[in-house]
Design a protein around this ligand. Sequence first.
Ligand code: FAD
Ligand code: MLT
Ligand code: ZN
Length: 502
Amino acid sequence: RHLVGRPLRRLCLSTRSFSQLQSVTEADLAHFAKILPPSAILSTLSPSSVPSSELEPFNNDWMNKYHGKSTTVLKPRTTQEVSAIVKHCNERRIGIVPQGGNTGLVGGGVPVKDELIVSLANMTNVRSFDDASGILVADAGCILQSLSDYLAPQDHIVPLDLGAKGSCQIGGNVSTNAGGLRLLRYGSLHGSVLGLEVVLPDGTILDQLTTLRKDNTGYDLKQLFIGAEGTLGIVTGVSILTAPAPQASNNVMLALPTFDNVLPLYKAVKRQLSEILSAFEFIDRRAYDLAVKHGQGRALDDSEVEGAECFVLVETSGSSREHDEEKLNKLLESLMGSEPSLINTGVLATSPAQFSSLWAIREGLTEAMSKEGKAYKYDISVPLHKFKEVIDTTREHIKSRGLLREGAVRHVVGYGHVGDGNLHLNVVADAYTPEIEACLEPFVYELVSKYSGSISAEHGIGVMKTHALPYSKNAVSIDWMKKIKHLFDPNGIMNPGKVLEL
Ligand code: FAD
Ligand code: MLT
Ligand code: ZN
C-alpha cells in the first residue's frame, strides 16, 4: 500500500502526452464520410457542421463536472465501421473516447481535450439468446434496461442492476466493471461475462465472443477489457451469462436506531435468508432525507423513520413465494422480538408498486445528491465496521476547515452496498471548487489507504482518480498496467488521460 509522500519509482514506460495527439480535421471528416452515413457524423467542423450545443450532451458528464471540447462524435452501426474509424485514428494519432450512455461518475466517458468521441448508441442489436444456457450475446450499445426488457418474457434477467439502467449501456457496464445493487447475489462481471468482441487501438477486431462456460485455453484476454474504461480498445459485443428470473421477489426497508447494528443485522439476515438474499443496501439518515426531499420513491411514515440513524434495504429473490415470505416474516419477527432489537421497525412491500417504491428510494439517491447540489463522490471499499467512521471523520475534517456551512459544503452522507464492503461517501456542496477539493483530497484517499481499502470500488478511475491510483495499487502493479497499455496502444490514442496519468 502506498501512503502519501512515498515517492513513486520513475516508470520507464510513460503514456503518450496529449501534445502527440492530433485534432480531427475536415480531411478526417471526409474520410469518416466514406465509412459512415451523414446521420452518424456529428461535427462542428464543416462540411457537416452542427451547432456546438448538439455536442454538449457528449462533451459533459452526467454530473456536469467534467467538460470536454470534442468537435466530432461518430456513431458507428457495426463492428467493421468501428474498426475502420479506429484504424484511421491510429494512423493519424487522433485520440478517441469510447462513449456508452455517459452515466459514468468519474469523468471517463468525456474527452479531456478535443478527442474524437465514438458513441456506441447505434449498436443496439441482440445477437443471440439461448434460453437453455441463459447466454446472451448483444451489441455493446444495448441499454441495460432494454436487455432486461428483452429477457423478461424469456424468464431471465441480466445479472446486474443499477440506478442508471435506463441510460447506461452493457458495453459501458463491462468497461467500468459496474457492480450495482445485486452483485451480492450474482457476483462481478468478471465472472458473468463469458466473451467480448473488442476493436483494438490499431483497428484489429479481437473476436473473443465465445459462449462457453468453460474455456481454459491460456490467458483470458477478455478480463483485461473488463474495467479498462475504454483505455485498451472499444468493446463492440458482449457475451454474458444471464440468470433465471426469480419467481418471487420481496423487499423490506429496515429502520435502525444506530449504525452499530448494521453488521449484526447483516449477519442475522445472511444466516436466516441464506440463498434467497439478493440485496442488502445501506442508507444513512441524511441520504434518506435527501432522497425524500427530492421525491425519490414514497417516503416512509414519520413514525417509521423516527429515531432512525440509518436504513437497510433487504431484497429476497427466490423460486417460491410462500417459502420466501415465510422466511422473511420469521426474520422480521426474530428481529423485532430480540432484546434489544436491532431494528426500530421494518416496512415490508406488499405490492409490486410498494416494492418498486422502496427500490426507488435507494436507486434515486444518486439523482437526489445531484439535485441537492454538486456531489463529490467517493466510491470506496473499506471494512464494513468503518463505514460510519469514514463518514463522520470526513464531516469533522470539513467542519474543522470551516467548510461545513452555507455557500460551501451542505451535506456529508453515506450509502452503499454493504454486502460488497462498498461505501458511497458523498460530499454535497454548492459548487465544485478548488478549495473544497483540496480539503477532500488527499484526505479521503489517505483515510481509505489507512484501512487498506480501495479508492474505487466500482465506478473506476476515469479522469477523477488517475493521480490517486497509487493509494490502491503499488508501483509494480502500476508499472505493469502501463506496460499493458503500451502493448495494446503504443500511440496512446485510446481514451487518453483516463485510468493512467499522462
Ligand atoms: P459511459 O459513462 O459512457 O462510460 C464509462 C467508461 O467506460 C468510460 O471510460 C468510457 O470511455 C468507457 N466505455 C463506455 N462504453 C465503452 C465501450 N463500448 N467500449 C470501451 N469503453 C467504453 N456504477 C456502479 O458500478 N454501480 C452502481 O450502482 C451505479 N449506479 C449508478 C447510478 C446512477 C444514477 C448513475 C448516473 C451512475 C451509476 N453508476 C454505477 C456508474 C456506472 O459506471 C455507470 O452507470 C455505467 O456502468 C456506465 O455505463 P455507460 O454506458 O453510461 O458508460
Ligand atoms: C449507487 O450505488 O447508487 C451508485 O454506485 C451511484 C452512486 O454512487 O451514487
Ligand atoms: Zn454503487
